[in-house]
Design a protein around this ligand. Structure first.
Ligand SMILES: Nc1ncnc2c1ncn2[C@@H]1O[C@H](COP(=O)(O)OP(=O)(O)OP(=O)(O)O)[C@@H](O)[C@H]1O
Length: 505
């Protein structure tokens, strides 16, 4: 069932519309067997062919089971009736042009003529392959919620999301955006195969490079990306891009491990939508439930990057490749993720780069006689906070460029530790998102002065992710970096022992 739709003008359920059809009700060559469920615009029934021969137990294949999706138009305002017809048109069009084993197959479409049942007269019926259940049913049953604990269920989650990515990769590659991806619209067949369904809001990409399309201003609030909350409604609808489906995927990954909960707090879809916008504006961190294992946490965070541009770096294909690589790789031990924040430390120390012993002190330049704003470095790893020996394992990296992945080839050699005090130059609200060991995530960065070396009067600067401090220094916003590396006064080594692409979160 729909959990709150944007647009707000779906037809209201009334006595007529919700009247159930009797078993045996005929639609073209099919007849209703039992109700499956209802959404904002449709009611779906199970059906079977009218003239399937009576079957003797133990002989021959089961009769073909179909799903009959009834989209009534009677009693609707003309604008609503047009929407229903448009929904059906999109489903049929996509079914005709972009068929794929990971998309539910549309077998037929029928317009009902039944003057005796006014509520059905003129209804459009889409005849589809019948699925056994939806991903929502699976979430409700708590199967995926147990994924973190049970290895077999965990592997299932990897398979499910790999198959969702396969379907999405095909859709996007064929020039379509799903536009309403959510657990109700991801179906599981009797043989366990997964298929995407409900293409009523699917949009064909247009634009010079086929990068975006226009959809009606509808969708399910809990799965809408931040940009959709403010998207202007133009003549052709609202602009949608494939990255909207990637956002919805991120929400579902979170739901799969967090007992169906969204990463955005709020008692209602609208409240959660407000939380989405706060996060996208850099006013709140992304809070990922601790039940998500490290791999899925990182994947969800990438899917939930706050802007379309950042999310666009993660296509359905690249996410599929990540899941596939993980599925075949040996299981990482939990400690490995915990130490990722210290990864740069180990590597840099191994090449004996400059390691500074303490806070920035007075060498940081004061502006017009004012003492510079300062912040204290915070390490979310409990074990590191109690150490005072400046152990390399507990050192933290400062980035050269806050818009590039926070990896070993993007950090200066100078390290900092929990409790160090650094002079702050300015704040960047929207850099690359970083998650710390306690699940706090933020796109915010501070440009800080590097601790001064005895031989240099003026130290250079680098970038500290805001998740690495509990302070909120009042500093001006930084000009957006142009991609030119910040001068570090010492060359940045890329240790051979650590893959340069290893994320440091
Ligand atoms: N081919 C199918 N086989 C089995 N179940 C289906 C099939 N298509 C849809 N369903 C189920 O029927 C129910 C109603 O589907 P429908 O697409 O109308 O609504 P929805 O996606 O929940 O809501 P909406 O699209 O209006 O937001 C859903 O629970 C869905 O999982």
């Amino acid at each position: 069932m729909s959990r709150g739709s944007a647009g707000g003008d779906g037809p209201q359920a009334d006595g007529d519309r919700t009247e159930l059809l009797p078993r045996g009700y005929r639609v073209g060559g099919w007849e209703v067997t039992e109700p499956i469920g209802s959404g904002g615009w449709a009611t779906v029934y199970a059906g079977s062919p009218v003239d399937s021969p009576p079957r003797q137990p133990g002989t021959g294949p089961e009769p073909v089971e179909v799903a009959l999706k009834f989209l009534p138009t009677a009693g609707l305002a003309p604008r609503q009736a047009r929407k229903v017809a448009e929904t059906a048109r999109r489903e049929v069009e996509l079914g005709r042009r972009a068929g794929h084993p990971r998309l539910i197959r549309l077998l037929d479409s029928v317009v009902i003529s039944d003057p005796d049942r006014a509520f059905l007269d003129g209804a459009i019926v889409l005849v589809m392959e019948r699925a056994e259940r939806s991903l929502r049913d699976l979430f409700d049953a708590g199967v995926a919620g147990a994924a973190g604990a049970a290895g077999v269920a965990g592997a299932d989650v990897a398979r499910l999301f790999a198959e969702i990515c396969e379907g999405l990769a095909h859709l996007h590659g064929s020039g379509w955006v799903h536009g309403d991806l959510k657990p109700e619209n991801i179906l599981l067949m009797a043989d366990g195969a997964l298929k995407l369904s409900d293409f009523g809001l699917a949009t064909e990409l247009t634009g010079t490079h086929g990068t975006h399309g226009y959809a009606p201003p509808m969708g399910t609030l809990d799965y809408l990306p931040p940009e959709r909350w403010q998207a202007p409604l133009g003549e052709h609808g609202v602009e949608v891009r494939p990255s909207a489906d990637i956002w919805a995927l991120g929400i579902m990954v979170h739901e799969a491990f967090a007992s169906g909960a969204s990463p955005f707090p709020g008692a209602t879809p609208v409240a959660r939508g407000a939380a989405v916008q706060e996060y996208a504006d850099g006013r709140a961190p992304l809070r990922i439930d601790s039940a998500l294992p490290p791999f899925w946490r990182a994947l969800a965070a990438d899917c939930l990057a706050p802007t379309h541009a950042e999310r666009a770096a993660h296509s359905a294909e690249s996410l599929l490749a990540r899941i596939a690589a993980r599925s075949t790789a040996p299981r990482p031990v939990r400690r490995r993720w915990r130490s990722r924040a210290a990864l740069v430390t180990v590597a840099v120390c191994s090449v004996a780069a400059t390691v500074w012993s303490h806070a920035v002190g007075d060498a940081a330049s004061a502006v017009k006689g004012q003492p510079p704003a300062r912040l204290r470095v915070f390490n979310a790893d409990d074990g590191c906070r109690v150490r005072t020996d400046r152990n390399p394992q507990c050192s933290l990296g400062l980035a050269i460029d806050p818009l590039k992945p926070y990896t070993v080839d993007n950090v200066v050699p100078v390290r900092v530790w929990h409790g160090d005090v650094l002079a702050v130059v300015c704040r960047l609200p929207r850099g690359i998102p970083i998650i710390d060991e306690s699940d706090a995530s933020s796109t915010e960065w501070y440009r800080v002065r590097l601790p001064a070396r005895p031989s240099s009067a003026a130290s250079a600067s680098a970038w500290l992710p805001a998740v690495r401090t509990a302070d909120h220094p009042r500093v001006p916003d930084c000009p957006r970096p142009t991609g030119k590396p910040v001068s570090t006064s010492v060359p940045t080594p890329v240790p051979a022992s650590v893959p340069a692409s290893m994320p440091v979160r």
